[in-house]
Design a protein around this ligand. Structure first.
Ligand SMILES: [Zn+2]
Length: 228
């Protein structure tokens, strides 16, 4: 994969090893990031007669993207992975003095909108939505960031946040993929909010661990030998 200079990548840091992760977890996350954890589609390359559809009955190819992003079987774990990031960000920034609203319901003519985090201090306000996005072959984190920003950047949402906080908001995101790359705008926003690199790395490592765990649970216990 060609490194994208417009992304904030923590992969070098993870590759260098970290006390935050055990050796076995480290190996699994390397495989995850390289898209080489065993999947039916991966095993079937060059052998079209092999079954490539999701083992849980989805009429979709069993790819890392399907397992991580869309299979109904992993939905609950995907929600947990996302919510843990939201929790960490809310706590970290709350400790830094931001007023934090988690998942406020914002009424709009198109129905309720529920960004993950609305926060403000005496100077600025922000709307932040969190996403773990697909690997680079589908879209980059920068693309996913733009979609999030466009979705929430509406006059009604801006007005609602302005009424709560007294300031027009910056609409941004915390978007990363499971190859450890954050959207550059997400990283810049997190830093502007006072987020530390230590916490960005912690969030990234926990996201990787959760992604590997999701893969293991998807495959069932019998697949553990494919992971290590
Ligand atoms: Zn499936």
């Amino acid at each position: 994969m060609v490194p994208d200079a417009t992304l904030q990548s923590f992969s070098g840091w993870v590759r260098a090893g970290t006390r935050l992760m055990s050796g076995g977890e480290f190996v699994s996350t390397i495989k995850l990031r390289g898209n080489v954890l065993g999947t039916r589609s991966h095993e079937a390359r060059g052998r079209p007669e092999r079954l490539v559809l999701c083992r849980h009955g989805c009429q979709r190819p069993e790819t890392p993207g399907h397992i991580q992003q869309s299979c109904p079987v992993t939905h609950g774990w995907r929600v947990q992975r996302h919510d843990k990031i939201v929790t960490t960000v809310c706590k970290h920034l709350g400790d830094r003095g931001w007023e934090v609203l988690r998942e406020p319901n914002i009424p709009t003519p198109n129905g309720l909108r529920k960004p993950d985090i609305v926060l403000w201090n005496s100077v600025q306000s922000f709307v932040i939505d969190v996403q773990v996005c697909a690997d680079m072959r589908v879209a980059t984190p920068n693309d996913a960031h733009k979609r999030k920003r466009d979705y929430y950047n509406t006059p009604i949402i801006r007005q609602w946040v302005n009424e709560q906080s007294g300031k027009p908001p910056v609409i941004s995101s915390i978007v990363m993929n499971w190859q450890c790359a954050w959207a550059q705008a997400s990283y810049n926003t997190f830093k502007a909010l006072g987020g530390t690199d230590e916490v960005s790395k912690l969030i990234t490592v926990r996201m990787l661990e959760d992604s590997v765990r999701m893969y293991r649970m998807f495959c069932g216990a019998g697949a553990l030998r494919n992971v290590h």
